[in-house]
Design a protein around this ligand. Structure first.
Ligand code: EPU
Length: 438
């Protein structure tokens, strides 16, 4: 696909599209398949680049992976897991952060793991210190080498007590994927409890794991000696669903998102309604639309589940440029997730960034040099511009802004959007967007 898109904006997006499984669950369930001694099937899998990357990494480690696009099904045979060559892993993993989650399963299956320098979106430092500390607690030996990190477990992996400094999604998954086959019991305090994590726990339970989720973010795992394969249908991608909802609002459009479900989107739906967006929920999905009239400014803080997801923030900010008055958005999950607002300002938005915690709560980033609060004055008409996509969610937001703006914008770097938005060009066409490649 050409990496440049010409967007003739100014028209509402209207129509229907389908959202399939959640990128941030599917990629983890694929890693879980590595733990199973028998074959697995994952359903409702979207055709996105992150799925390709993880499938490639699994194949490098001897797992047979087949994808049926029409059915949206992945089939895995992980009966013969083997070591992969360092250079091959490096070449494959470049754009993803998932390789770090291969550690526990690979240690259990073949006794060693190699992790290259990690990719992922540049939305903050994104360290892996929690992951390495957890692996060490289980008994792993971490050897930092020039090309990456080599991990072994000469004395085996043993259950342990972990308390996370912050409820990190990845570190919680790391603990789960390692604890399920470690000897003895593991207790994880201050765990992340995102719906994608609950679905991963469901997969692991189907495989034979013993995991309980207590109140107050405590997860307990009793290690077992062997895990089987699984058959599982992914929960829908609530980030993609919310992105299209914000696109409907920003362009004064009307989009039916087939596959979107209410329970995991409650926090988003409340905010969407407060801004002045309307929605109708039925068994097939959710219709999001601009009901006419003015949008309202709001004060919003991103947070871990059940708070407002950080990944919902960027597309919604575009809609907030069209709201009456001053909106405040305080980003408390990542220290550097407002880079995309520079392009919005170039298109006519009035967004000012602050180092202070503007939302009301003091977060980890207060009193430091991170511009992690935004004040958005609106409404401001958006005009066309030449934009370069900075990261996945920021890039999608730029696309929405270009679609809402009068005139023809060019958006460069749209390949990044394929990492997490399935068939987005096809979906844009179905919504009547006037876009052309090149
Ligand atoms: N953190 C550390 N040390 C660590 C790990 C995390 O300091 O070792 C910090 C991070 O820097 C960040 C915070 O903890 O400030 C939360 O990070 P978390 O570990 O929860 O994020 P993640 O697992 O790397 C996943 C999603 C992100 C999503 C976050 C939060 C995947 C592949 N990625 O990242 O999704 O924003 O959880 O919900 O699941 C996206 O889809 O565009 C995306 C960035």
């Amino acid at each position: 696909m050409n990496d440049l898109l010409r967007v003739h904006g100014g028209a509402p997006l209207t129509g229907e599209l389908t959202v399939r499984g959640a990128k941030n669950f599917v990629s983890k369930a694929m890693v879980a398949a590595l733990l199973g001694e028998t074959s697995s099937v994952l359903r409702n899998v979207p055709l996105i680049r992150d799925v390709d990357v993880v499938a490639g990494l699994l194949r490098l480690h001897g797992v047979r992976v087949e994808y049926d696009d029409d059915a949206g099904e992945l089939h895995f045979d992980s009966s013969n897991v083997e070591s992969a060559h360092v250079r091959d892993i490096d070449a494959h993993a470049g754009s993803s952060r998932i390789p770090i989650l291969f550690c526990g399963p690979l240690l259990h299956r073949i006794g060693e793991a190699f992790i290259p320098d990690l990719g992922g979106c540049h939305i903050g430092d994104r360290p892996i210190d929690f992951h390495l500390a957890i692996l060490r607690q289980f008994g792993a030996v971490v050897d930092k080498q020039e090309q990456g990190i080599h991990i072994t477990a000469p004395g085996g992996l043993h259950g342990t007590k972990v308390e996370l400094p912050y409820p990190s999604v990845g570190a919680t998954e790391q603990t789960l994927l390692t604890a399920v086959r470690a000897s003895g019991k593991t207790e994880l305090k201050n765990a992340a409890i995102e719906p994608e994590i609950m679905d991963l726990i469901a997969v692991l339970q189907k495989m034979g794991a013993i995991i309980s989720v207590d109140t107050d973010r405590v997860i307990r795992v009793e290690g077992v000696e062997r895990l089987e394969g699984f058959v599982h249908t992914s929960l829908p991608d609530r980030i993609e669903a919310a992105s299209w909802a914000s696109a409907a609002l920003a362009t004064r459009g009307d989009i039916f998102v087939r596959g979107a479900t209410q329970p995991d989107m409650m926090t988003f739906l409340n905010t969407f309604r407060k801004v002045g967006g309307a929605f109708h929920i039925d068994d097939q999905g959710i219709r999001f639309f601009h009901p006419g009239g003015r949008l309202n400014s709001i004060v919003l803080e991103t947070d871990v589940h059940p708070g407002f997801m950080t990944d919902w923030q960027q597309p919604l900010v575009v809609a907030l440029t069209q709201a009456e008055g001053l909106s405040i958005v305080h980003e408390t999950v990542y220290e550097n997730r407002f880079g995309f607002t520079e392009a919005l300002n170039a298109m006519g938005a009035q967004i000012q960034l602050y180092r202070e915690c503007l939302g009301g709560l003091e977060c980890r980033f207060g009193q430091r040099n991170f511009y992690h609060s935004a004040a958005i004055s609106g409404p401001t008409p958006l005009h066309a511009a030449d934009i370069v996509v900075p990261d996945l969610r920021g890039g999608f937001s730029h696309l929405i802004a270009a679609l809402a703006a009068e005139g023809t914008s060019t958006v460069l770097g749209i390949e990044v959007i394929n990492r997490g938005y399935e068939h987005f060009m096809r979906k844009l066409a179905a919504l009547g967007a006037n876009v052309e490649a090149g």
